[in-house]
Design a protein around this ligand. Structure first.
Ligand code: BDR
Ligand code: CA
Length: 319
């Protein structure tokens, strides 16, 4: 059976890879992309989402613009040094022909969930502001959603944005704490597993090979993202497709190991943005006790997943 999927995204090089993987998956029906500030400001995220879909020949999929800042009003901290000046590298992207739909991201999530109760999966690969806002506007939303899969957080490994926090969660810890506390089935595909899945230089070259708008978009975007990874970590070769790995959980969670944890998100001081796990079997103290269980991915067959991503992306239509 095909799953109806809404991807909440801040494209972003690994977002591009996740979106293309999803477009190429016959068991997924992408009903919309919703955008959020994060890797880039939301205007650019929205324009990139439209451009990606048009290059892939899927300009029919609606795009809804979402939050331009965190729930507490803090402006985003774009990651141009990682994803390039234009979010998909340092070259300007072609301007899209299409425009975002009039409703915003939170309203679109609510309307799709209301039209198809129990059928929508949300894949959140940016800060969690739109999801928290949608649930604030419509408190029955969690009961209408099939599953929420999040690329974000770090249970038992250090952060990547700070020693404590992963980038998506750090951009809006308050929203993340709300999303992990709602009564919908949530899976956290965080750095515990996404750091392990690495595309090697030869896999990157294989994906980039060939012509066409999709291929050249991927090639240009991956080049700068690979450079960032290699310059940041001496001895590192390749790149880490965080968001595409989260999509792989949806396609084949047998390649992952997981545990059930209650999650709180730190909002204060040096630890701001840290996702704190507590075993559901433990009583926990007051801060965790009323929290639902979250499925937390903690291990992955990394080479298998990297091979899968490489195989699918190198076979993706050139556009
Ligand atoms: C996450 O942060 C963003 O920079 C990436 O697109 C990914 O969603 C990785 O920490
Ligand atoms: Ca992302």
């Amino acid at each position: 059976m095909t799953r109806k999927l809404v991807i909440d995204t801040d494209p972003g090089v690994d977002d591009l890879m996740a979106i293309l993987l999803a477009l190429g998956s016959t068991d997924l029906d992408i009903v919309a992309l919703t955008t959020v500030f994060g890797n880039v400001p939301v205007e650019l995220a929205t324009s990139n989402a439209l451009t990606i879909l048009e290059a892939a020949g899927r300009g029919d999929i609606p795009v809804a613009r979402g939050a331009d800042r965190s729930m507490s009003g803090a402006p985003g901290r774009p990651a141009f040094h990682i994803h390039g000046r234009f979010g998909l590298g340092d070259n300007p992207m072609p301007r899209p022909n299409g425009r975002p739909v009039p409703e915003d991201a939170a309203d679109l999530i609510i309307s799709r969930a209301t039209e198809s109760p129990g059928e929508i999966t949300l894949l959140a690969i940016g800060p969690l502001t739109n999801l928290a806002e949608a649930a604030r506007r419509n408190p029955v939303l969690p009961g209408l959603i099939d599953e929420v899969v999040i690329m974000g957080g770090n249970a038992y490994v250090p952060g990547n944005a700070t020693p404590a926090a992963e980038a998506n969660i750090l951009q809006d810890p308050e929203a993340a704490d709300i999303v992990f506390g709602l009564s919908w089935p949530v899976t956290m595909v965080g750095l515990d597993v996404t750091n392990e899945v690495v595309l090697t230089p030869s896999q990157i070259a294989r994906i980039a090979e060939g012509d066409g708008p999709v291929r050249s978009m991927l090639a240009r975007a991956m080049a700068g993202y690979q450079r960032f990874h290699e310059e940041e970590t001496p001895g590192y070769r390749g790149l880490c497709p965080h968001d595409a790995t989260a999509l792989c959980w949806l396609l084949d969670n047998a390649s992952f190991g997981s545990v059930n944890r209650r999650i709180r998100v730190e909002s204060e001081g040096l630890g701001r943005g840290k996702t704190w796990p507590v075993d559901v079997a433990e009583p926990g103290d007051g801060a965790w006790s009323d929290r639902p269980a979250v499925t937390v991915a903690v291990s992955v067959q990394a080479e298998l997943v990297a091979d899968f991503i490489c195989g699918r992306l190198s076979a993706a239509p050139a556009g």
